[in-house]
Design a binder for this molecule. Structure first.
Ligand SMILES: O=C(O)CCC(=O)C(=O)O
Ligand SMILES: [Fe+2]
Length: 324
């Protein structure tokens, strides 16, 4: 597991967080601007780890920052039960970390159809969650490359942990294409590489239609054949010819074999390389006591993979175009 121990920087990072606007949603553009300034002042070892990951990625397909500053339990508000967060909610330290680290990597992006186009998402269990939603708890949230079907797919998904689940059973699973590729036969690689396959989209992107079907096309492997990118979603990708079904099944098996489990604890920021991985979350049991699992999520775009074309700004909200 690729961990950067940030314990030694906690004081410095707390000081950076204290200089940011303390009501981020009141003027999110100004907040992200301020976070950009702070990003240039990150402790050297952390800055280097982030820049290297951004330039090259790694074998695991994620970078875990551990030991970041976070509020004591007694100082935290209850875990949210609704979304989006109120505009006047005070800045949480984990949100500050997502601001500063995210700006070091690229541009925070809101998705118009998702959570009212907000940039900061609370991820918390909800009793009546759709089975594909991050609000699930008692069921496995299956492998997905985040918005693999979206032309402006984020380069990174960042998850910061303010509260873990009580029993610490919730694992975020990450499967890396760099690890899975060597397990695939030449035939399977050839079948998957550059081949478009029908893909459904998450509920938010269905335009109010209950089941619009496979309105996008996703290419499971593409880019450099020796070091490809991956687009994989266990629920939404629906190959429709037998050769493709078999090749996707082989990929699926390889991904299971290389899966790593990450147990997010308060003070962790997980940076998922969303073009090199697919991720999932194992079941856990909420208690609905105000102290259930609570993550913060942002999406980052970078110039890589054509996700930026010039002129974009942090905090931009983009509209859905399905890949085709
Ligand atoms: O809850 C988790 O650990 C991950 C959920 C997820 O896939 C997401 O928020 O994108
Ligand atoms: Fe996800």
């Amino acid at each position: 597991m690729t961990v950067v121990d940030c314990t030694a920087f906690a004081g410095e990072l707390r000081a950076l967080a204290a200089r940011l606007p303390q009501t981020p949603r009141a003027d999110l553009d100004a907040f992200l601007e301020s976070a950009q300034t702070a990003a240039t002042a990150l402790p050297g070892a952390l800055a280097t780890a982030l820049d290297t990951f951004n330039a090259e990625g790694n074998q695991d397909g994620y970078l875990m920052l551990r030991g970041l500053p976070v509020e004591d339990e007694a100082a935290l508000p209850p875990t949210p039960t609704s979304t989006p967060a109120p505009t006047d909610r005070p800045l949480l330290t984990m949100e500050a970390m997502l601001g500063v680290v995210g700006r070091r990597l690229g541009l925070h992006t809101g998705y118009k159809e998702l959570r009212a186009g907000t940039v900061y998402h609370d991820v918390y269990p909800s009793p009546d969650a759709h089975y594909l939603s991050s609000e699930t708890s008692e069921t496995l949230l299956e492998f997905h490359t985040e918005m693999a079907y979206h032309v402006l797919q984020p380069n990174y998904v960042m998850l910061a942990c303010t509260r873990a689940d009580h029993e610490r059973t919730a694992a975020t699973l990450v499967a890396s294409v760099r690890k899975a590729l060597p397990l695939l036969s030449a035939e399977v690689r050839e079948r998957l590489f550059g081949r478009k396959m029908p893909c459904c989209v998450d509920v938010s992107f269905r335009g109010g239609v209950p089941d619009p079907g496979a309105i996008a096309q996703v290419t499971p492997l593409y880019g450099d054949p020796g070091d490809p990118f991956i687009g994989y979603d266990r629920e939404l990708l629906t190959p429709d010819v037998p050769e493709d079904v078999a090749a996707v099944a082989a990929l699926s098996k390889a991904l299971d074999e290389v899966t790593e489990a990450v147990y997010l604890t308060p003070g962790d920021v997980l940076i998922v390389d969303n073009f090199r991985t697919t991720h999932a979350r194992t079941p856990f049991s909420p208690r609905w006591d105000g102290r259930d699992r609570w993550l913060h999520r942002v999406y980052i775009r970078t110039p890589r993979n054509g996700q930026l074309s010039g002129g974009e700004r942090a905090g931009d909200v983009v509209a859905f175009t399905p890949r085709g």
